[in-house]
Design a protein around this ligand. Structure first.
Ligand code: ADP
Ligand code: ZN
Length: 537
């Protein structure tokens, strides 16, 4: 008779997975679950969440406690993990919409036989009466070893990834008391965390929070000034022959950008949800296989993709919020080698994102939250000091006063600052005067013309050349004015409204006008020749 297999976690880690040591909180989490306790795990992407339930699943199965059920919304990820587990000699299976009836029946037989170590299932399966009946039967026989709920933030309506089916998972606590539950997520803001605890009934769970720092990722955020050309130069200078992802907001922009990069001699492919499933699969496969492919994609690309040597993630448009930015950039450098996150951002991004929130049909409370999240992201973009400090702060991690990471644009080259308080006051008065004179608001282009005393048909027609603010801002360049206005919008002193993005004074503008608020801005880069630059930034 062969010796019984060890159910010690470290033995399993080494024998089954071939790793020498646990990382971070993994050992403590694994022990908690093996001992039958609940756990809430907040760990950044790439931190090693899977082992946190895979090892307890194996240990408890070896101890005769039956099958672990892993809830995951990601079909591709289930398939990958099941494949890898089977290869390592761990009997695993999944139940999702990709199986035909015969496949489902086969898995169900394996499940009830008690041979299965781990079963992955889509959330909507779990609460299916037929499936629950099978779980009941396992539970009665003491053969239900644990529940793992992956991507647990999907249970929160305030997150960026809410899934209705996740709400049902609360019933597991009542129906299967005594079966340990572990919830895992890479999204860790306080609100989402509280939601997870509440809705999944994890009140007595031990919480494990890993640092969200990804020290090997260098963060850079640049002001947009012909973003495509900026991107190309950056790709050529810093990432020639490397694999990476370029995120764009719209499908059209994804396609145009991929095509344009190809024309410039860069191996680039598009990816978005509007493409054929077959095309998407082909592009994704090539990205995973090849060393030097640039994937131009919407946010539809990336979740659950485990390519360790992604060397860069670039954003041509502003992400929705810091969680999104962090998750997307987190796909770079999962192998721990140096990687870069680069983003180009401009006035138009701020205006668009604000408008998308304003025009959505969501409830006011939700909109308020989205605005708050956007503000935090804008503060990160406008920040003159360490980006990493800002980013980690958002996830509740404080660094000592004055700490700098030395691996972000602002730490590596301290940005030149200028005191824009006076300029901000000029801009606000100008917005006020134009509105007062014409009875309605104007966009940033016109305001900058008035500030700089640039005569156009519109300034003549509207009579704005007679205003007291005409030409008061001659000393500043157009780029500087765009920066001032962008920052004023980012800070909420100026509102950008309606179909034409007309500017209006925010509530806090008064304090700036009274000189009670000091405004400091990044010195814009030397202006590029006129004509190449788009007005909207
Ligand atoms: P997450 O789900 O948190 O994004 P994964 O579970 O996919 O992360 O793990 C990321 C990578 O790190 C995987 O390639 C995994 O095999 C590897 N990994 C996880 N834990 C360890 C460890 N203790 N030692 C070595 N590699 C590990
Ligand atoms: Zn820094």
């Amino acid at each position: 008779m062969p010796a019984p297999l060890s159910s010690a976690p470290l033995d399993i880690l080494q024998e089954v997975f071939g790793y020498t040591a646990f990382r971070g909180h993994q050992a403590a989490i694994v022990q908690q679950v093996i001992d039958g306790g609940d756990a809430l795990v907040l760990m950044p992407t790439g931190g090693g969440k899977s082992l946190c339930y895979q090892i307890p699943a194996i240990a408890r199965h070896r101890a005769g406690l039956g099958v672990a059920v892993v809830v995951s919304p990601l079909i591709a990820l289930m398939q990958d993990q099941v494949g890898a587990l089977e290869e390592a000699g761990v009997h695993a299976a999944f139940l999702n919409s990709s199986l035909d009836l015969e496949g489902v029946q086969h898995v169900e037989r394996e499940l009830l036989s008690g041979r299965l170590v781990t079963l992955y299932a889509a959330p909507e399966r779990i609460t299916h009466p037929r499936f629950l009946a099978m779980l009941d039967s396992l539970q009665e026989r003491g053969k239900l070893s644990l529940f793992a709920i992956d991507e647990a933030h999907c249970v929160s309506q305030w997150g960026h990834d809410f899934r209705e089916e996740y709400l049902q998972l609360g019933l597991l606590a009542e129906r299967y008391p005594g079966v340990p539950r572990i919830a895992l997520t890479a999204t860790a803001d306080e609100h989402t965390r509280a939601d997870i605890v509440e809705r999944l009934a994890l009140h007595t769970a031990q919480t494990f929070i890993s640092s969200f720092d990804r020290p090997n990722i260098r963060y850079t955020i640049v002001e947009k000034d012909n973003a495509r050309a900026q991107l190309l130069r950056w790709l050529q200078d810093e990432h020639a022959g490397e694999a990476g992802i370029v995120y764009c907001q719209s499908r059209r922009k994804v396609e145009e950008t991929a095509e344009w990069l190809q024309d410039q001699g860069i191996a680039a492919l598009p990816y978005h949800a509007g493409l054929d499933a077959e095309v998407r699969r082909r592009h994704q496969d090539r990205f995973l296989r090849e060393d030097a492919l640039v994937m131009v994609a919407t946010v539809a690309f990336g979740m659950g993709i485990d390519k360790p040597d992604v060397r860069f993630v670039a954003h041509l448009d502003l992400p929705k919020n810091i969680e999104g930015y962090y998750q997307e950039t987190g796909r770079a450098g999962r192998d721990g080698e140096p990687a870069q996150a680069w983003m180009a951002y401009g006035l138009a991004d701020v205006v668009n994102q604000r408008r998308m929130i304003d025009e959505s049909t969501a409830e006011d409370e939700f909109k308020r939250l989205q605005r708050g999240k956007l503000d935090a992201l804008l503060a990160l973009c406008e920040s003159l000091d360490c980006r990493r400090v800002r980013l980690l702060q958002y996830f509740g991690e404080e660094r000592p006063e004055g700490w700098r990471c030395m691996n972000c644009d602002n730490c590596l080259e301290q940005p030149a600052r200028w005191d824009a308080t006076e300029a901000a006051r000029m801009a606000l008065s100008c917005i006020y005067r134009c509105h007062q004179h014409s009875g309605f608001g104007f966009g940033s282009g016109h305001l900058i013309d008035v500030l700089r005393g640039q005569s156009t048909e519109k300034t003549r027609q509207r009579g704005h050349e007679q205003l007291s603010t005409w030409g008061i801002g001659r000393d500043l360049s157009e780029a500087q004015w765009r920066g001032v206005i962008r920052q004023l919008i980012a800070l909420g002193h100026v509102l950008s409204e309606g179909e034409y993005n007309t500017l209006a004074l925010g509530e806090s503008a008064r304090a700036v006008l009274r000189g009670e608020v000091k405004i400091e801005l990044r010195e814009p880069k030397a202006p590029t020749p006129r004509g190449r630059r788009s007005r909207s930034g």
